[in-house]
Design a protein around this ligand. Structure first.
Ligand code: DGP
Length: 113
């Protein structure tokens, strides 16, 4: 059985979210702790823990998530933005359901901490 996470509960409708986009493969909603004026998470409906657990079987899904992220960023009026996928606890991953952060609406520094 797949482990339950906050995001799997959001997908099931058990926890509310501020939805931005939804289709048969993914859901996008606003991050509860926004790090910038626009901070949206795009998650697959398929329960994948992190990028580490993906395989060539997920090629189309991963492409879809990136294309949707770009479409959402543009739809939000962003010209510059950052897409982030934290993989593993030491890289900052706190929710173990794959997600893409779309962060924008302010100048972003590099490198990250
Ligand atoms: P990461 O650290 O990469 O695993 O990002 C997890 C993000 O999820 C973090 O920015 C905060 C956000 N988050 C955690 N719990 C909830 C929640 O219940 N609702 C929403 N909308 N976002 C959440």
């Amino acid at each position: 059985m797949t482990e339950e996470t906050i995001f799997s509960r959001i997908l099931k409708g058990e926890i509310p979210c501020d939805e931005v986009y939804s289709d048969s493969l993914c859901l996008a909603f606003r991050d509860i702790q926004p790090q910038a004026p626009v901070h949206i998470l795009v998650i697959p409906r398929k329960p994948i823990k992190s990028l580490k657990e993906t395989s060539s079987e997920d090629k189309e899904l991963l492409g879809h998530l990136l294309l949707i992220s770009s479409a959402i960023a543009k739809e939000q009026g962003l010209v510059n933005w950052r897409t982030v996928i934290n993989t593993g606890a030491e890289a900052g991953q706190t929710v173990f359901h794959l997600h893409i952060h779309i962060i924008g609406g302010r100048a972003l520094e590099w490198p990250p901490g």
